[in-house]
Design a protein around this ligand. Structure first.
Ligand SMILES: [Zn+2]
Length: 450
């Protein structure tokens, strides 16, 4: 396979993946299928799919959102991926980040802490079974897969309830973590499927604890910083390897620059991917997955859209294949996306999406900054006699103008995303951008003198 976009004959990284986090701004069904063509074009051969509330759950239909994909769409997606040589790895949360499950009344009793909807109590009767049921549900459609990602990250409240506390006193924290997951690992092994989990809960484990988990599951080391090794050190990964763990890397093509941003920080995304690819190649890691977080958790507002991040998505494929950045990444991405458009994959809206999203982010930031400027004027900040009504009015008008711009670019954002994401999610996204600044502006307009 040769084309002008890639320079090497063989890929530096054997498994080159993109993560679709579908719990925020899920692509319309036709777009979801179309993305596979774009991935293939970018020589990405793996997709990690976090269906969450978009999956057509059979046993627990209450886990579906209002636009969940149909069984037929999921099957078409899997069939098409197979035809294009793209390996699908499904992701089902098993421990932390079970917000979509634990927020439902029926599953409330399984929480580790009563008012925390994130973590499941591993010792609650029936808790593990829910996870098993979800895994089984996903396996109904994902036949013939090699890997299954079980999440397992950020279980911040692990060991908080009385039962778990005394289990830890007797057996240790890692034993509690494994107690919950081992039967699920075994369930997958029996079907010839290798589990994968995020690595963060194991970063402080000692070698003998790691040896116990190494036989069960691969670890996916995640870090989305410019220098990824600030958060997951090379020593930690050496320790994983020494214990016999197979490790993967997770960079981010989007969703790594803050929970409420509208655009990815391109320079950070590319540096992050490049650092991971260099290291993964050297360490012969199993693969590199560029994550694409759409919400930092189920209860966060959505972050930037995939449509706004097509360049970093494509460049992730380029870096994973060639092991380096193109001479001019922006030019490369522009040519690549134009070429894809000519091949019938919709990408021509990308530059508009990026420009509008950038404006939306800048004007939202302006409202926050302008509100601070306004409120810090002397007459509002404890010295009522020091007032220049002219300046106060000017600052207030600047605030009103910034808010008007937010609303204007939010409308533009809706237009450029139309057809790519179901209308209901487009509306929720722009609401999540308008409402916080609207609250600040209204508070100021109601409560201040000028
Ligand atoms: Zn517990």
């Amino acid at each position: 396979m040769k084309d002008k976009f890639f320079s090497r004959g063989r890929a530096v990284i054997p498994i080159r993946g993109i993560h679709f986090d579908l719990k925020g701004l899920p692509p319309a069904p036709s777009r979801l299928l179309e993305f596979l063509d774009l991935l293939c074009q970018a020589r990405i051969n793996c997709v990690l799919v976090e269906w969450e509330d978009t999956y057509p759950w059979q046993k627990y239909p209450e886990l579906r959102n209002q636009t969940a994909y149909s069984m037929s769409t999921v099957k078409k997606f899997l069939k098409k991926a197979e035809c294009l040589g793209i390996e699908v790895i499904p992701l089902v949360q098993s421990f932390g980040h079970l917000e979509n499950v634990l927020s439902k009344k029926r599953f409330k009793k399984f929480r580790e802490i009563p008012d925390n909807v994130s973590d499941i109590c591993p010792l609650a009767d029936g808790a593990r079974q829910i996870v098993m049921d979800m895994v089984e549900d996903v396996l109904l459609t994902h036949t013939g897969i090699r890997y299954f990602h079980l999440g397992g990250d950020e279980v911040w409240t692990l060991g908080s309830c009385e039962k778990c506390k005394s289990f830890i006193e007797k057996n240790g924290k890692s034993a509690l973590y494994l107690y919950h997951l081992e039967p699920i690992f075994e369930f997958l092994h029996a079907r010839n499927i290798r589990p994968i989990i995020w690595d963060d809960m194991m970063r402080k484990w000692n070698i003998s604890e790691l040896k116990r988990i190494a036989k069960h599951t691969d670890l996916m080391c995640w870090s989305y910083a410019k220098d990824p090794f600030i958060y997951v050190s090379k020593q930690t990964m050496d320790k994983f390897l020494k214990a016999g763990c197979k490790i993967w890397a997770a960079s981010a093509f989007k969703g790594g620059d803050g929970p409420y941003v509208d655009i990815p920080d391109k320079n950070v995304r590319l540096a992050n991917m490049l650092e991971w690819v260099k290291y993964a190649g050297k360490m012969k890691m199993e693969g590199v997955i560029a994550t694409g977080w759409s919400r930092y958790n189920t209860f966060c507002s959505p972050c930037e859209s995939i449509e706004t991040s097509l360049d970093t998505l494509a460049l992730s494929g380029k870096i994973a294949w060639d092991g380096k950045l193109p001479v001019d990444p922006s030019e490369w991405a522009k040519d690549f996306l134009e070429y894809s458009q000519k091949k019938g994959i919709r990408t021509s809206h990308f530059h508009n999406c990026r420009a509008v999203s950038e404006q939306l982010q800048n004007w939202r930031d302006s409202v926050f900054a302008q509100a601070r400027t306004y409120l810090q004027q002397a007459h509002l900040a404890g010295e009522p006699d020091r007032i220049n009504p002219f300046r106060a009015k000017e600052e207030k008008n600047a605030l009103i103008e910034a808010f008007r711009k937010v609303k204007q670019y939010a409308r533009d954002w809706e237009k450029v995303h139309k057809g790519f994401v179901p209308a209901i999610w487009i509306k929720k996204y722009t609401l999540s951008r308008i409402e916080p600044v609207k609250k600040i502006v209204n508070l100021i307009l109601k409560n201040t003198l000028f």
